[in-house]
Design a protein around this ligand. Structure first.
Ligand code: ARG
Length: 606
């Protein structure tokens, strides 16, 4: 588990050259100038940003003038002077503006060179800054014997995208699916199955279910409901169910066999969803709660021996030194209940220890609902006190908000039930199908189906990823598959349109850009946008925020539209056309790669 399951973008790391972004080159130049004119400011962030006034702007003179007792304008003038030495192949011009901004303009030649260099690299010049990091990404983690519902959407989609981005940047990513496969509810399910053999999901039923668009967990959902009903209504059944929990925990073979059956059936259904969503979780990534059972007693002993856990009314708890419960008492992690049982908290403590000790993680991302914030705060605090989390290991709760229905309340069916994920996917695909068909009535039905699937699934994912993580968002299929606005369908269309231009250009596509040609302002904006790709990916990896990549792709697609409206491509004179086609190629490649890192397909035509 875990070990044979690592995903790293390491292959070929030696023969691939990273292209330094222009922003990085300007930062370098400003930093050098800064160290030269004011040695005491050596190492200060040069604060270089993209700007409308020039290509880049540095605010460092404004930010640091006070520290060296100078006026910002004066410091900016000194830097301007020093940067004059850099005017050459990359920097075309430097100027001071306003109260002390430093404006830097890039040469046309350097812009074309960036395009050339990025195109020459299959990774578009993006490096592997995460190389050497071992990152555990805990995501999806649905509960066995329940249908995956909309509540599992965000963790699954966000987690998958973060795993992709980190792996692309060279990290060794260990995906972990912390399935809820253990707990007292299994006593009731197993007992019910035992007493009602007819309730066992029959495969013929299942196949019918699948044909109806339902998944095999529906049958398990039914089992769950029936068992629950009897559990609540019939005290003697409830007693027998509790005895089953004891039998399960004691490792009774017949009970375990039932349990395995239920787990397998559920996992089968989860896999169907993952396959449909294009989520990279594999069976080997599953390390459910039950996996940690063997270590629970030992973990409790270790916590007690270290004095981190204490006994309290027959239970074992970790009292927080940092967080108080509403009653003013320290908030607690329940390590062992007074009846001797272990729960979610204990398992998570054992899990964290395992990830540090066995998986050798140096970063652990828990992509879990914001409502579990307290749980993770307490968990990380306990782990720090145990020394499992130290300076070398970082644990982060990658929290997210709730998916809301049209009424602004947590998304539910009309009847108030949970919304099944498969159902939502079907609906999005059907809506996307209509949109695509309207635009391209002549697509053959098979291709239409394929594109509709990619557009519908992409739309659900993108709507989720493009909202900043902690915000709630309203699940609105019409808006998600809209052709305009910040949607995946818009981006997929932008990509397909560029691909179509390139197809029309035929052989002319491969010519290298002529570095001597002047750059049109719309070309300039597009090149500068394309040059930022790697920096944006690094930001996503550092902040765990895929919406930054979405925003970037949207802006890049808009820059392309602006370019295409102002700069004819196919009808341009040969030399100009070659340069513009190169820009098209880089734009298509960047959109495709970027969408891919969000887990979204980029069809050739739409
Ligand atoms: N199964 C849990 C739930 O549905 C999520 C588990 C998240 N991961 C963890 N290590 N606690 O709420």
């Amino acid at each position: 588990m875990g070990w044979d399951n690592e995903d790293s973008g390491e292959e070929g790391s030696d023969d691939v050259e990273q292209v330094t972004a222009l922003a990085g080159q300007v930062e370098e130049a400003v930093s050098t100038a800064l160290g030269r004119v004011r040695p005491e400011l050596d190492g200060v962030d040069p604060l270089v940003r993209r700007s409308d006034r020039a290509d880049f702007q540095s605010n460092v003179a404004l930010a640091s003038a006070k520290r060296v007792g100078a006026r910002p304008v004066a410091l900016a003038a000194e830097l301007d002077e020093a940067l004059r030495d850099d005017v050459g192949p990359v920097v075309a011009d430097v100027a001071v503006s306003g109260p002390g901004f430093l404006n830097v303009t890039i040469t046309d030649e350097a812009l074309w060179r960036q395009v050339t260099l990025r195109l020459a690299d299959p990774r578009l010049g993006v490096g592997r800054p995460e190389h050497g990091a071992r990152v555990v990404v805990d995501y999806s983690a649905p509960n066995i014997a329940k249908e995956m519902h909309v509540g599992h959407l965000r963790t699954t989609i966000i987690g998958d995208s973060l795993a992709r981005v980190l792996a692309h940047l060279g990290a060794t990513v260990i995906r972990q699916n912390h399935l809820g496969d253990w707990g007292t509810q299994f006593g009731m399910l197993i007992q019910y199955l035992d007493e009602h053999p007819e309730a066992r999901w029959r495969h013929s039923d299942l196949e019918r279910d699948v044909a109806d668009g339902a998944s095999s967990v529906s049958a398990l959902d039914d089992l769950y409901r029936s068992a629950r009903t009897q559990f609540d209504a019939d005290p003697s059944f409830a007693d027998r169910a509790r005895a089953r929990v004891v039998a399960l925990q004691a490792g009774d073979e017949a009970t375990l066999a039932h349990w395995r059956e239920i787990v397998e059936e559920s996992e089968h259904a989860f896999r169907e969803i993952y396959a449909r969503l294009g989520v990279q979780l594999q069976p080997d990534d599953s390390a459910g709660e039950s996996f940690y059972n063997p270590w629970l007693p030992e973990v409790v002993d270790e916590l007690l021996a270290a004095g981190v856990a204490t006994r309290s009314n027959g239970a074992v708890v970790v009292e927080s030194a940092e967080v108080r419960a509403p009653d003013g008492q320290p908030a607690v992690l329940m390590v062992q209940k007074s009846d001797g049982g272990y729960g979610y908290d204990t398992t998570d403590i054992a899990t964290l220890r395992y990830r540090v000790r066995e998986l050798k993680a140096d970063r652990i991302l828990y992509v879990v609902d914001a409502r579990q914030a307290l749980h993770f705060r307490l968990l990380f605090e306990a782990a720090r006190r145990m020394g499992w989390l130290s300076d070398g290991v970082e644990a982060e709760h990658v929290a997210f908000g709730t998916v809301l229905g049209p009424d602004g309340r947590p998304f539910r069916t009309r009847a108030g039930g949970t919304v099944r994920l498969m159902h939502l996917i079907d609906e999005a695909v059907a809506t996307a199908r209509r949109t695509v068909q309207e635009r391209e009535p002549d697509l053959d039905p098979e291709e239409l189906d394929r594109i509709a699937e990619q557009a519908g699934v992409g739309a659900i994912k993108y709507a989720d990823l493009s909202t900043s993580r902690l915000k709630d968002y309203v699940f609105d299929i019409e808006r998600m598959v809209s052709l305009t606005g910040n949607t995946s369908v818009y981006l997929q269309y932008a990509h397909a349109r560029i691909r179509s231009i390139l197809r029309k250009a035929g052989d002319a596509t491969s010519a290298a850009p002529d570095l001597g040609l002047p750059v049109h302002p719309a070309e300039r904006a597009l090149v500068l946008a394309l040059d930022e790709f790697g920096a944006v990916l690094r930001e996503v990896a550092a902040t765990d925020e895929p919406h930054r990549l979405c925003g970037y792709l949207f802006e890049t697609a808009r820059a392309f539209t602006e370019f295409y409206e102002n700069c004819p491509v196919l009808s341009a004179p040969d030399d100009v056309r070659a340069n513009r086609l190169a820009l098209c190629r880089l734009a298509a490649g960047t959109l495709r790669e970027g969408l891919g890192l969000l887990g979204i397909a980029a069809p050739e035509r739409m």
